[in-house]
Design a protein around this ligand. Structure first.
Ligand SMILES: [Fe+2]
Length: 129
């Protein structure tokens, strides 16, 4: 997925990916504050067990904030869409790839048992000439 969504200069080889991967095993009430993954090109999450219950959405925050609201909070760009955040509903088996610089968070999840996901930081090693 990372290679399919990454362009590179035609006179250079494609990047070689290094992946840091870890599991998240969360119980009811778990959440993640807004953050980015510095040093990575892509971030990725795979939902092993999304869990039954309420909440737990992955929230992707509009990188134009807070500039969007600084000068004219009542205005918006006509074709930019109304949302300053996008919520993704986790489903078991779903994989989401997003730019590592994109601010994101996880809403509190309330349910029974464990909620299991695998997160990845995907770093690009660029070949030198
Ligand atoms: Fe994250």
């Amino acid at each position: 997925m990372a290679s399919a969504h990454t362009g590179h200069r035609p006179d250079r080889p494609p990047p070689q990916w290094t992946i840091d991967i870890w599991a998240n095993v969360n119980t009811s009430g778990a959440f993640n504050m807004p953050h980015v993954h510095g040093g990575s090109y892509w971030s990725c999450v795979y939902y092993v067990r999304a869990g039954e219950g309420e909440g737990g959405q992955l929230v992707l925050h509009d990188p134009r904030m807070p500039a969007l609201r600084m000068h004219a909070p009542g205005l918006r760009f006509r074709d930019s869409g109304p949302d300053v955040r996008t919520e993704i509903e986790p489903k078991s088996g779903l994989m989401v790839l997003f730019p590592a610089w994109l601010l994101h968070s996880v809403e509190p999840w309330f349910g029974e048992g464990n909620r299991i996901s695998v997160a990845m930081n995907i770093r690009a090693a660029l070949a030198r000439r």
